[in-house]
Write a protein that binds this ligand. Structure first.
Ligand code: SF4
Length: 62
């Protein structure tokens, strides 16, 4: 599973970095996925962050 943030949609509200700091971090005023290839034990964390993102800016690719 891979994940990334669409910088065009991200509003920088930092929700994902609070829900799943293992994967998402702020880079300036946008979030990025610091790990793009999501390890098995962090899949739920990444999905929870995507579900929590109010802008649907987090892309998950199975
Ligand atoms: S939750 Fe979504 S909009 Fe907010 S910082 Fe993360 S990717 Fe950006």
């Amino acid at each position: 599973m891979k994940t990334r943030v669409d910088p065009g949609l991200c509003t920088g509200d930092e929700v994902c970095t609070q829900v799943c700091p293992e994967i998402f971090e702020m880079r300036g005023d946008k979030a990025i996925a610091k790990i793009e290839e999501v390890p098995h034990d962090l899949k739920q964390c990444a999905k929870d962050a995507a579900d929590s993102c109010p802008s649907q800016a987090i892309i998950i690719e199975e």
